[in-house]
Design a protein around this ligand. Structure first.
Ligand code: SF4
Length: 641
C-alpha cells in the first residue's frame, strides 16, 4: 500500500528563507495574463520543481542529456553571468563528447568541465556536498533524506539569486511542503536508502494536487470540482458528454468493498456517486448567472452524447454559428535589397560543406556557415552514423599507414590481414572513449567484431583494382576556389603503380547514399570530390571514386580516365570520362557557388522541395513559402503517391 502522508507542520530550516515576491522590488512590470490555469500537480507548474527533481535524481545516477542541458541553462541554478558559458559548454563540449549513452553522471560532467575553460560553480559545490554526505545507499530516516535534499539544492544554488515571481515562489513553497509531508513517514520507524526515498518523492510530486496562486485573470480555467464554492459572471463547462460528466469514480482495488462502502468512499456506490454528481451540479448552477454546456457532436471516437444529468435539465440547445471566414489582410511588400556586410574572412572551415549548402539552398549556407546557426547535436545510444563513419575511417587509416600498397595487402595471408585489421579496429574504437561499465565494454566489443568483419570483406574489394599505393590518408589541405580558401580533409589519395604522378581520389561512404551523379549539375549534391580534384594538374588525376564500405553494398563507384584504373563490372560502375574537361566544368560550377556565398546570396531557394528541406534545421527561420515554389511534375507525382 502506498505510504499515507499526514499534513505536516513546517520545520524551521534556514534553506527555506526565501523573500516572498510581495517583499521584493520587481525587476520588470508584471504582465496581467487574460487567463489562469487553476489546478495541476507540482510538476505541472514548471521548471523550478522539475529542476529540483532532476537534481535529486542526478545525485544518485546519470541524468539524460536533455535534462542536463535544462539544468545547465536553468535560471534557478546558473547565475546570469554564467549562462553564456554554460550554453557554450553544453553545445560545444558536452554534446561533442564521445559518449556511448545519452546520459552523464555528475562527476564525469565535472571532469569534462574542468578540462574546459568553463567554471560552472554550482556543479562543483554540489559534488562536494554529495561527497561529504557519505554513501547514499546507507539507510536513513525520511526526515534525514528530506534535510539532505534541502541542503543539496542549497549547494546547487537552487532556486537562484534573482527575485522569484509569485508562481515560482509558490512552487518552492509546494516543494518544501512536500518534503515536510515525506518526513512524516518516519512514524513507521523505517530507515530507507536514498533510492527508495527518491521513488516516494517522485510519486508524490506527480500526484499531489497543487493550486497556483491566483493572478486575478478574467478567465479562470479549472476542473469542475475546483469551481465549487466560487462565483463567476459566466461559466462554460467543456466536453459535457456522458463520458466526462460527472467524472467517473473508481474504488480502491486494495481495500475491501465493505470497508469502502461503510466509509462512503468514492466509487463504492453508484447511488452515492449520483447523489454527489447532483450536488456538484447544483452548486455549479448557482455559481454563475450565465451557464453554457458544450461538447463536440463527433470526435475520432464516434458521435458524442450530452451527459444525461445535463440533458435532464431540458435547457434549450443553441445553434453554433458558422466559423467566420478569415479577413484577408493587405500585404506590404518590402524589397529585400540591402547589401550584406562583406564576408569577415574568406578562409572557411568545414571543407566542401559550404559549397554543398550553397548548392542546396543559399539561405541554409548563409545561416549555417556565416551566422553559425546550428541545431544542437544529439547523442544516441551507442555510436551514431557519423561516429561509426569516423571510426571506420580511422581504422582504415591505421591499416594503410602500415600496409601502404596493394602488393603488400595481396602478400598477407587471410589470417594476417584479420589479425592486423582487428588491432587497427580496436585502436580506432577505443580512441578517446571512456568505457565506464560492462554495457559499454560489451557494446564496443560487438562493434569491433562487426567492423573487423566488414573491413575484411572490403579488403577483398581493394584487391579488384589495378596496383596502387596509398599516398595520403586523412590529410588536411587547403583548396582555393573562387574568392574562398577552404580547409579540407582527404579520405585517401592513391598513387597508381608505375607512374610517379598519377592519382586516384577516394572518398569512403559508409551509408547507402553516394553516387557520381551527385557531382553533376550546377547545384551538385555532393561537391566534395569535384572540389578535391581542383588540386591536381590536368595529367595527374586519373580517377575519383566513392569507396562504398557498406554491408550489402560494397563497391567502387566513380569516374576514371581510362579502363582498368578502377574495377568495372555490373556492380562496380566506374565510367570512363574525359577527366580534364569534367574538372574544368566543376571548377566553373564551384567557383560560381563560392562567389555566390561570398557575395551573400542567401536566397531561400531549396534545390528540390521538399526533399532539400526535409531535414533542414533552418526551417523555422527561413520563412519558406512552399506555395511560391514550382515543384517538378515527377516530384509532385511522387508526393501525391
Ligand atoms: S528549410 Fe529549405 S528553404 Fe529553408 S533554409 Fe532549409 S533548405 Fe532552405
Amino acid at each position: 500500500m502506498a505510504p499515507h502522508l499526514h499534513p505536516a507542520t513546517p520545520q524551521p530550516n534556514h534553506h527555506r528563507r526565501r523573500p516572498a515576491p510581495r517583499l521584493q522590488r520587481s525587476p520588470s512590470p508584471r504582465i496581467r495574463r487574460p487567463r489562469h490555469l487553476g489546478a495541476g500537480t507540482p510538476t505541472y507548474i514548471g521548471r523550478p520543481l522539475l529542476n529540483a527533481l532532476d537534481l535529486a535524481h542526478w545525485a544518485q545516477s546519470p541524468l539524460e542529456l536533455n535534462a542536463v542541458t535544462a539544468l545547465l541553462l536553468s535560471p534557478y541554478l546558473t547565475a546570469p553571468t554564467e549562462l553564456d558559458t554554460a550554453a557554450h559548454f553544453d553545445a560545444n563540449i558536452l554534446r561533442q563528447a564521445n559518449l556511448l549513452r545519452p546520459e552523464i553522471d555528475l562527476r564525469s560532467l565535472l571532469s569534462m568541465a574542468a578540462n574546459s575553460i568553463t567554471p560552472i560553480s554550482w556543479i562543483k559545490s554540489l559534488i562536494q556536498y554529495i561527497t561529504k554526505s557519505g554513501n547514499l545507499e546507507t539507510p536513513r530516516t525520511y526526515a534525514d533524506w528530506a534535510e539532505f535534499l534541502r541542503n543539496l539544492l542549497a549547494a546547487a544554488n537552487w532556486p537562484g539569486q534573482r527575485p522569484l515571481s509569485p508562481h515560482e515562489f509558490q512552487a518552492t513553497q509546494a516543494w518544501d511542503s512536500l518534503l515536510d509531508q515525506l518526513a512524516t513517514l518516519d512514524f513507521r520507524g523505517l530507515r530507507i536508502p536514498y533510492s527508495a526515498f527518491l521513488r516516494t518523492l517522485t510519486h508524490q510530486t506527480a500526484t499531489t494536487p497543487f493550486t497556483p496562486p491566483s493572478t486575478n485573470a478574467p478567465i479562470q480555467i479549472m476542473p469542475p470540482a475546483a469551481a465549487v464554492g466560487q462565483t463567476f459572471d459566466g461559466l462554460i463547462l467543456l466536453r459535457a458528454t456522458d463520458a466526462n460528466f460527472p467524472p467517473q469514480e473508481h474504488p480502491n482495488p486494495l481495500l475491501s468493498y465493505a470497508l469502502q462502502s461503510s466509509l462512503d468512499m468514492p466509487g463504492a456506490s453508484q447511488t452515492r456517486a449520483a447523489a454527489r454528481a447532483h450536488q456538484t451540479l447544483t452548486t455549479l448552477l448557482a455559481a454563475a448567472p450565465n451557464i453554457l454546456f458544450t461538447y463536440a457532436a463527433e470526435t475520432p471516437d464516434g458521435p458524442q452524447r450530452l451527459a444525461p444529468i445535463l440533458d435532464a435539465l431540458t435547457w434549450p440547445q443553441l445553434d453554433v454559428p458558422p466559423t467566420p471566414s478569415p479577413t484577408l489582410i493587405e500585404i506590404d511588400l518590402i524589397p529585400d535589397d540591402a547589401p550584406l556586410p562583406p564576408l569577415p574572412s574568406t578562409h572557411i572551415r568545414g571543407g566542401a560543406r559550404v559549397l554543398q549548402l550553397q548548392a542546396a539552398c543559399g539561405f541554409r549556407a548563409f545561416a549555417e556557415v556565416r551566422l553559425n546557426a546550428h541545431e544542437l547535436d544529439t547523442i544516441s545510444l551507442g555510436f551514431d552514423a557519423a561516429q561509426n563513419g569516423q571510426r571506420l575511417h580511422n581504422a582504415l587509416q591505421r591499416f594503410w599507414k602500415r600496409v601502404q600498397t596493394q602488393d603488400t595487402l595481396r602478400s598477407m595471408t587471410p589470417e594476417e590481414r584479420r589479425q592486423f585489421l582487428r588491432q587497427c579496429v580496436e585502436e580506432a574504437l577505443s580512441h578517446h572513449l571512456d568505457l565506464s561499465n560492462a554495457w559499454d565494454e560489451a557494446y564496443v566489443s560487438l562493434q569491433q567484431q562487426r567492423m573487423t568483419s566488414l573491413l575484411q570483406q572490403w579488403l577483398e574489394i581493394e584487391l579488384l583494382r589495378s596496383p596502387f599505393s596509398v599516398g595520403e590518408s586523412e590529410k588536411d589541405l587547403q583548396v582555393e576556389v573562387g574568392p574562398l580558401t577552404l580547409d579540407v580533409r582527404f579520405d585517401r589519395i592513391d598513387k597508381l603503380e608505375g607512374k610517379s604522378q598519377a592519382f586516384v581520389l577516394v572518398d569512403y561512404k559508409t551509408g547507402a547514399s553516394g553516387h557520381p551523379r551527385q557531382w553533376e549539375s550546377e547545384r551538385p549534391d555532393d561537391p566534395q570530390l569535384p572540389l578535391y580534384s581542383l588540386l591536381f594538374t590536368e595529367d595527374e588525376l586519373k580517377g575519383l571514386a566513392f569507396a562504398k564500405v557498406f554491408a550489402g553494398g560494397m563497391k567502387w563507384l566513380g569516374y576514371q580516365s581510362r579502363p582498368g584504373i578502377l574495377p568495372s563490372s555490373r556492380i562496380n560502375i566506374n565510367e570512363v570520362v574525359e577527366l580534364p574537361e569534367l574538372v574544368a566544368q566543376w571548377r566553373a560550377t564551384l567557383t560560381q557557388l563560392a562567389e555566390d556565398f561570398a557575395d551573400g546570396n542567401a536566397a531561400v531557394t531549396p534545390k528540390r522541395y521538399p526533399q532539400t528541406c526535409n531535414h533542414c534545421p533552418q526551417r523555422t527561420v527561413c520563412r519558406l513559402d512552399p506555395s511560391s515554389l514550382r515543384i517538378p511534375e515527377e516530384d509532385q507525382e511522387e508526393l501525391d503517391v
